[in-house]
Design a protein around this ligand. Structure first.
Ligand code: EPU
Length: 342
């Protein structure tokens, strides 16, 4: 009989080091999954636990407004491997707890294309499909091949291929009907040996030109890193969870009316209407660079709320509500948080 290592459950653990917003909150119980061999014991713990269970990856998309009165399971399994290759594609698998940018740079350093625009996004590989992370005109669904997951209820393994994930803008089935039902173990991406590079979004092309570089997997990744560093706060220095709100999608008619009143409104075509840049809307309402105590709105990107040190989650949340209200009042557009609020 195989001996499974016991899982250590610790009480009243500070979550400050485990999430990028950096609030001083505690988990009633805390356990870590570091090796796949610990899975049976972890599943048993989860199924027998009395109270809510929160699976945690890189903690880069979470706002805690209070202590978590339940069990936090930190997913820390590591490993990256090339699982298959053919003439055109290389299939690379990352374990769920692997840092997202380490995974991207593993691919970039081998000139494998598909994820270079997604360089430097905070978070882990296992969380990346949950909200179909995206940046600079690319989303993970463009290179996603499949993922391995395990049902928290039945303990059954299941493979999910791209068509089964219901990917949309910052959305997947794991945020929808299967929310909280599966633990993602690993994700496999299909990278291209000869990628068509996407330099059309925002500042990538001009950033390459300014550096006298031609587009390649490596130069695009480096350009994206420079752009992100210049615009987005480093969570190591200033607590934040990236974009706090989603970019709202509105109907064509409403858009035409807004465009007439605000000709400079930033927008993109989207499924089912027009997507507006929430950062632009928030800036127009005068919030960019706003600070009240340690809660604020980033001065270079109004879509990002920041914790300058000791802001509580409720402080950040009440700032978010005020922003939602003022955007609604000025533009008649409803913003929705993109981060998960606990
Ligand atoms: N804008 C402003 N003022 C601001 C911020 C933005 O006018 O304060 C305008 C910009 O000038 C631009 C437009 O809004 O015309 C879009 O801005 P940006 O390119 O910075 O992107 P975004 O739409 O604000 C999205 C993602 C980011 C991702 C960037 C780049 C969402 C919710 N956010 O932001 O993702 O890095 O595009 O592709 O879709 C994240 O999800 O955490 C995240 C950082």
């Amino acid at each position: 009989m195989i001996q499974h290592p016991p899982i250590v459950v610790r009480q009243q653990i500070s979550l400050k080091p485990y999430h990028t917003f950096g609030m001083e909150v505690k988990a009633r119980d805390f356990a870590e999954l570091s090796h796949e061999q610990e899975l049976p014991a972890m599943l048993k713990l989860i199924s027998q636990y009395q109270g809510p269970v929160l699976l945690m990856g890189g903690g880069s998309n979470m706002l805690f407004t209070k202590d978590f009165e339940g069990l936090v399971v930190k997913i820390s399994t590591r490993g990256i491997e090339i699982v298959e290759e053919d003439e055109d594609f290389v299939y690379v698998r990352g374990m769920a707890g692997e840092n997202w940018d380490d995974f991207v740079q593993f691919c970039v350093s081998r000139n494998l294309g598909g994820l270079e625009n997604l360089s430097l996004i905070p978070g882990n590989v296992g969380s990346s499909p949950i909200q179909n992370i995206g940046a600079y005109g690319v989303e993970i669904r463009d290179s996603f091949y499949m993922l391995d997951a395990i049902s928290l209820r039945t303990g059954e393994f299941r493979e999910f291929f791209a068509g089964e994930c219901d990917f949309g803008y910052r959305h997947s089935i794991f945020k929808g009907e299967l929310k909280g039902k599966y633990l993602i173990l690993s994700v496999t991406f299909r990278l291209k040996r000869n990628p068509v590079l996407n330099t059309s979004y925002g500042a990538i092309a001009s950033e390459l030109e300014a550096n006298g570089e031609t587009p390649s997997v490596k130069s695009v990744a480096a350009a994206v890193c420079r752009i992100r560093r210049s615009k987005l706060p480093d969570p190591e220095e200033t607590g934040n969870a990236g974009s706090f709100f989603k970019n709202p999608v509105i109907g064509e008619q409403q858009f035409l009316e807004l465009k007439q009143q605000y000709p400079a409104i930033a927008s993109y075509p989207a499924d089912g209407g027009v997507k507006l840049a929430a950062g632009w809307l928030i800036e127009q309402c005068g919030w960019k660079g706003f600070r009240e105590g340690d809660a604020g709105v980033h001065d270079k990107q109004a879509l990002v709320l920041v914790n300058y040190g000791n802001a509580t989650g409720t402080r950040i949340y009440s700032l978010a509500l005020k922003i939602i209200e003022s955007v609604k009042e000025k533009f008649g557009v409803q913003l929705e948080p993109e981060v998960n609020i606990y």
